[in-house]
Design a protein around this ligand. Structure first.
Ligand code: AP5
Length: 252
């Protein structure tokens, strides 16, 4: 299923409710806008954003055993081996702030990771009484044109303190290299270099595209047009989530 934004306003995702929302998965190529949109979903529904890229970068920065193993792999633009990712994700999903639900950004990234997640949710997550009843994850893929992706990745700047993401071409900060929210200096990610970007896009084509097929076969995948302005993509994702919630409510 593909949603376009015709007739939609550019509303933000403020003031939502978090009750029983369950897992939300944002899929998409590097630079598609997963991080940008996951942050908005997190704020709207009051659920944590779980970015495996952010968790890995934090491990690299703290020089943990995981970080030391992941560092060179990430610098080359390749995927970190699945076995290293599972413990990190399981540890994060067991924390109580995930009880009402969570939004995953950058995971699952291989069909094996998708299968692992389904098993983890079935065997562990849904069994806890504090958590919402069994519900299939809401899966949204953000589709973006290849040339636009290159533009987004080379122009990206991030505030490490607030997590806010900018783009020097598309969403520049008011003052160059400075976060609008807290005045911190913006940084360019190590893997946003031309040669590494191409490796990451190849890894996506070969290893991550089949994840969408995994969910499509189960009838769970909804695609949205990620070439649109940020607020319009936000609105499309909100509509998908609200559609799922309404369908769930009807089935009780
Ligand atoms: P990760 O951090 O997950 O990076 P990624 O998937 O490559 O995705 P990005 O963060 O680059 O892009 P995004 O889709 O979040 O876009 P964003 O919102 O920032 O992974 C990094 C590395 O970690 C991987 O290469 C791998 O080594 C490892 N890793 C992570 N997870 C793993 C896993 N599960 N298994 C194995 N290895 C793993 O937006 C991009 C830019 O576009 C920004 O400047 C933004 O301002 C702009 N923008 C966003 N939306 C719009 C819009 N609608 N219009 C205009 N500009 C926009």
């Amino acid at each position: 299923m593909k949603l376009e934004s015709e007739g939609l306003g550019a509303s933000s995702m403020a003031n939502g409710s978090s009750r029983g929302i369950g897992p939300i998965i944002l899929l998409g190529s590097p630079g598609a806008g997963k991080g940008t949109q996951a942050k908005r979903v997190s704020e709207r529904y009051g659920i944590p954003q779980i970015s495996t890229g952010d968790l890995l970068r934090d491990n690299v920065q703290r020089q943990t055993p995981l970080g030391l193993q992941a560092k060179d792999v990430m610098a080359r633009g390749e995927l970190v081996p699945d076995e290293l990712i599972y413990d990190m994700v399981a540890h994060r999903l067991r924390q109580v702030d995930c009880d009402p639900g969570f939004v995953l950004d950058g995971f699952p990234r291989t069909p094996a990771q998708a299968g692992w997640l389904d098993e983890f949710l079935d065997n562990e997550f849904f069994d806890s009484p504090q958590r919402p009843g069994r519900c299939a994850p809401i899966v949204v893929r953000i589709d973006v044109d290849y040339n636009q992706l290159l533009h987004r990745l080379t122009g990206r700047r991030t505030c490490l303190a607030s997590g806010h993401i900018y783009n020097v071409y598309l969403q520049p900060p008011r003052v160059p290299d400075t976060c609008d929210l807290d005045g911190s200096r913006l940084v360019t990610r190590d893997d946003d270099r031309d040669d590494v970007i191409r490796e990451r896009l190849t890894a996506y084509q070969v290893q991550t595209k089949p994840v969408a097929e995994y969910y499509e076969r189960q009838g769970r995948l909804v695609s949205v047009n990620g070439d649109l302005p940020v607020d319009e993509v936000t609105e499309l994702i909100r509509l998908v989530i609200e559609g799922h919630r309404a369908a769930r409510a009807d089935s009780f």
